[in-house]
Write a protein that binds this ligand. Structure first.
Ligand SMILES: O=C([S-])c1cc(C(=O)S)c[n+]([C@@H]2O[C@H](COP(=O)(O)O)[C@@H](O)[C@H]2O)c1
Ligand code: NI
Length: 411
């Protein structure tokens, strides 16, 4: 059960940093995203130092300004300085990353990207993930792209990442595996659960580019509300006249400190009503941030309920599966929302010597709400032999006397 009193700090509880939104509507590759982040202001020198920490002396990064279908963009090129083996094991890349000292979240993020590629490769080729070896995806330039992007995110102070739908392309491509259909198998595996755009000429999304998007971005969404601070345009290798072959990024600050949450909803008219309390309790114990019912009237005048479940993005898939298991529904709607949440802390006050916890919500250090924990109030009422109503009022008075009052600073 998720107990707010003991809940660990989540990402949304921290001070908001800068947000990054990735526009991959024309496709995405590792070097394109790296170019876009350099164009947005990340220093190539800092990125080179990060890459050197993982693969010392293996590559040199250079940046040039280019045009793609009339649009200015930054192209980052990775030149290998030493020979590359024909393939490299995922376990070796994991070791290289774990031994390097990269800033902030860069090691965690880069490892997550390669872990996603490894899972996709394992599924595409039907091998165990620990046995996966990469061909082009494990080459120096892909390692440089992934590490470079993750170091650039640190340099830009990026905290939260989201991205739009990804264009995949069509046709065929020749790689170490031979001639493959586009989207290539690894890209399609990586694209599971992400919104994609079919069509377009050639290979518009590569495995490295797709993995960077799905592993680093919390959600697929249109450009979110933010105050843009920097915009970056990163060029792909080809220049085709009808479509700028670029990835764009927008770096900005959020207008209010919010966290990303997923809302799952289903209309249900045929569940035995005695089962609903168990359904809500089951979803909460499986990690829902909240779960509730709204009475509705459905088609044909049928009384029914909308089941709503609020979930952290990384729990949403699991909770959707639980919702399908717990209620007889043919579909669950899913949407992504921004939630502004007060910072929460707990204090204990006493009512006639009986402890009662009080949940205190603060905004910018000032108390914005003071709420007695009702389970504690009910227990204290039983212990004291008093009505809950009076214990509730006395708890609020005790909290007030202790200085827990709306508008005051929390000490
Ligand atoms: O390197 C590997 S294992 C690899 C797997 C696949 C599959 O879809 S399976 C595809 N490719 C092709 O290699 C090039 C380079 O990809 P980057 O992500 O490194 O830019 C690209 O054409 C892929 O389709 C490689
Ligand atoms: Ni492959």
């Amino acid at each position: 059960m998720h107990d707010d009193a003991t809940r660990p700090a989540r990402r949304g509880d921290e001070q908001p940093g800068r947000r990054l939104w990735i526009d991959a509507a024309a496709g995405v590759a590792g070097d394109m995203l790296l170019g876009a982040l350099v164009d947005a202001g990340a220093s190539l020198e800092t990125i080179q130092a990060g890459v050197d920490a993982v693969i010392p002396g293996a590559v040199r990064l250079t940046q040039t300004e280019v045009e793609r279908a009339g649009m200015r963009a930054t192209k980052v090129d990775v030149t290998s300085l030493v020979p590359d083996p024909p393939h490299r094991h995922w376990t070796e890349i994991r070791r290289l990353l774990s031994q390097a000292r990269l800033p902030g979240a860069a090691t965690r993020r880069a490892t997550a990207v390669f872990a996603r590629i490894a899972e996709a490769e394992a599924r595409a080729h039907g091998v165990d993930v620990e046995q996966v070896h990469f061909h082009e995806v494990g080459a120096w330039d892909s390692i440089a792209d992934v590490v470079g992007v993750c170091v650039a995110l640190e340099a830009l102070g990026v905290h939260t990442i989201t991205a739009g739908p990804v264009a995949l392309g069509s046709g065929t491509v020749r790689a170490a595996h031979g001639e493959m259909p586009v989207p290539v198998p690894a890209v399609l595996e990586l694209a599971r659960g992400w919104q994609v755009r079919a069509g377009g000429q050639g290979e518009l999304a590569t495995p490295t580019g797709m993995a960077l998007v799905v592993a680093l971005a919390e959600a697929c969404e249109p450009l979110p509300d933010l105050v843009p601070a920097a915009v970056g345009v990163g060029a792909g290798t080809r220049d085709v006249p009808e479509r700028p072959n670029v990835v764009r990024v927008v770096v900005g600050t959020q207008t209010s400190p919010t966290e990303r949450v997923v809302l799952l909803e289903a209309n249900v008219d045929d569940l035995d009503p005695r089962l609903w309390p168990g359904v809500l309790a089951g979803l909460m114990s499986d990690g829902a941030l909240d779960a509730w019912l709204t009475p509705i009237v459905m088609k044909k005048g049928r009384p029914a309920h909308t089941l709503a479940v609020l979930a952290a993005p990384d729990r949403a898939d699991h909770l959707m599966a639980r919702a399908f298991a717990l209620v007889p529904t043919l579909g669950v709607r899913r949407s992504t929302l921004d939630r502004a949440a007060l910072e929460r802390t707990w204090r204990t006050v006493e009512v006639d010597g009986v402890p009662v916890r009080v949940k205190i919500g603060t905004r910018a250090g000032a108390i914005a709400s003071v709420t007695p924990e009702f389970d504690d109030v009910a227990r204290a009422a039983r212990d004291l032999g008093e009505p809950e109503r009076s214990v509730l009022a006395r708890t609020i008075a005790s909290a007030d006397a202790a200085g827990y009052r709306v508008g005051r600073a929390l000490e």
